[in-house]
Write a protein that binds this ligand. Structure first.
Ligand code: HEM
Length: 521
């Protein structure tokens, strides 16, 4: 036996375990391989690759890495979902694993005492709040709010025609007022700088700021939560805000109870909550916060969607005229649109969908977190992964929306004006309201508000771009936007809202005076 032969056989013997080890390692690696994604820095991962408007970067990465890709944010795994198919499989079919939210220590546990439904984990408290909320906001229950939404739409239209320069303020006021009326059954709020609206907006901005990554060290070092109050100013201040906000929301409930006792049970969300409080096992504090949450979740989102509508009308006059022709043919010029007209206004219903699809006010929705390890298409998704669904990319998927950058409501209608269903959108035509078990609870209220506001404004007025000194239209930019944390809305732009006919203003004023006569209009 030569030396060479000896060496070869020894090598062969040694090679067996080495190869086995490599195969086993690569098998176990592939077993734990997360979806592909952009290469990042050691330790810090992709943290510095995230620009301001993340949804645009994510949509670029979708082209490179596909419908599901992963990121590493300083050791925290994140996956981004970019297609209806992946979202349907994970967020809908596997909703028991994908319905949790990331932990928001300051924004949720301290500032809202752990009972703010939108930030809540997927747990018993969330289930209780969701069940109770759903009962007051499902499609049938939401119909109760139509009369007050109609009144609000008329008042909004009146304000827009009288002072179109401040159209955005009117819309913010109107959206907040109509959610307040629906939630508490109060009379409409008339001023955009009403202290109540300011107070609630402040609360929401405080929560959103606190939820931003890096806003508080305790999110990185959760052990800090156990520091005594005297050592942690942030904790003392957070708890004080929670006490004040709880006092405010419980005060609203108290006011409602007095109203019910003196004026009877006006249909509103809180009346149904108080009625069902015992059945759902809600404490007074939980009832108060659940109602308060609706204001925060519903007002700015609806106002932002209305500003998208204004942008679309300014840029797409043909679409505006088409909707106006439809409204005139169904409603006529002698009265204002009503909810009873909704089934006969397919183009307008499609326009509501297109407003939400074209510029989703929450392009990345609210994040989720996996509550167990999972596997998808051979990729490993560990427990605790943050899950972001890219509504922006899905609403612009060229397979379903070929000319996705255009505002074109007719994309949702067939040649007989029947509604075209877009798979994976639960009949909404878009995914702007979210997915699965945590889909927006106020979507029916919002769809109703958008419909009646848009119908009434378009019945009464023309929306046009302003003009420069030479009479040329000043067109706003399609793409400029402002990320306000809670919502993304078009950047401010001027436009005019002029009565369509001499009678338009009279009809609107008469309606406003007879419905809201007691108000100083
Ligand atoms: C155009 C208007 C609106 C838009 C675009 C919108 C969008 C959303 C989105 C994207 C979510 C997260 C869904 C998910 O995680 O999959 C959400 C959650 C929620 N929305 Fe809305 N929303 C709107 C109006 C409203 C209104 C009017 C209300 C209340 C009256 C409301 C109440 C809520 C609540 C309570 C949640 C939390 C649900 C949960 O975490 O279980 N929203 N909304």
């Amino acid at each position: 036996m030569s030396v060479l032969t000896l060496d070869r056989s020894v090598l062969q013997l040694l090679a067996i375990p080495i190869v086995a080890l490599i195969v086993m390692k690569s098998l176990s690696k592939s077993k734990h391989r997360m979806p592909p994604g952009p290469r990042g820095l050691p330790i810090l991962g992709n943290i510095f690759q995230l620009p301001q408007f993340q949804w645009l970067k994510f949509t670029e990465w979708k082209e490179q890495y596909g419908p599901i890709f992963s990121l590493n944010l300083a050791g925290n795994p994140v996956i981004v979902l970019n297609s209806h198919e992946v979202v349907t499989e994970l967020l809908e079919k596997r909703s028991t694993i994908y319905s949790d939210r990331p932990r928001f220590i300051m924004a949720h546990e301290i500032l809202t005492g752990g009972i703010f439904i939108a930030f809540s984990g997927y747990n018993a408290i969330w289930r209780k709040l969701r069940r109770a909320g759903q009962e007051g906001l499902n499609v049938r229950a939401s119909e109760k709010f139509q009369p007050l939404q109609q009144e609000e739409a008329r008042f909004l239209t009146y304000q827009m025609m009288t002072n179109s320069r401040d159209w955005d303020d009117h819309m913010r006021r109107s959206a907040a007022s109509s959610v307040l009326c629906a939630v508490y059954g109060w009379d409409p709020i008339q001023k955009s700088d009403d202290p109540l609206i300011t107070r609630i907006n402040d609360l929401m901005h405080r929560l959103v700021r606190a939820a931003l990554p890096g806003a508080f060290l305790v999110e990185i070092f959760p052990m800090m939560l156990h520091l005594p109050d005297w050592m942690a100013k942030w904790k003392r201040e957070g708890s004080e805000w929670h006490r004040k906000d709880t006092e405010m929301f419980e005060g609203f409930i108290g006011k409602q109870e007095v109203l019910i006792a003196t004026e009877g049970n006006k249909p509103c969300f809180v009346a149904s909550l108080l009625d069902q409080q015992a059945k759902h096992g809600l404490s007074r504090k939980e009832t108060a916060w659940l109602a308060g949450t609706m204001l925060g979740a519903g007002a700015e989102t609806t106002a932002a969607a209305l500003s998208v509508f204004m942008l679309a009308m300014t840029l797409y006059p043909d679409s505006m005229r088409k909707a106006q022709r439809e409204i005139d043919s169904v409603v006529g010029r002698g009265r204002l649109p009503a909810f009873a007209d909704r089934p006969h206004l397919p183009y307008l219903r499609a326009m509501v969908k297109e407003v939400l699809r074209w510029r989703p006010v929450g392009p990345l929705g609210l994040p989720r977190r996996t509550s167990e390890d999972d596997w998808y298409n051979g990729y490993f998704i560990p427990k605790g992964t943050v899950v972001i669904a890219n509504a922006w990319a899905m609403n612009r998927d060229p397979r379903f929306y070929p000319d996705y950058d255009e505002f074109r409501p007719e994309r949702f209608l067939d040649e007989k004006d029947g509604e075209i269903d877009i798979p994976g959108t639960r009949g909404q035509g878009h995914v702007t309201y979210g997915y699965g078990r945590r889909i927006c609870m106020g979507m029916h209220v919002a769809n109703q508000a958008l419909f009646i506001d848009m119908a009434t404004i378009l019945w009464a007025a023309d929306i046009n771009p302003t003009k420069d000194d030479k009479g040329n239209p000043i067109l706003p930019s399609q793409h400029d936007c402002v990320d306000e944390g809670l919502v993304v809305r078009p950047a401010a732009f001027p436009c005019t809202v002029a009565p369509r006919t001499a009678d338009s203003m009279t009809v609107v004023m008469q309606a406003v005076q007879s419905e809201l006569g007691k108000l100083n209009t």
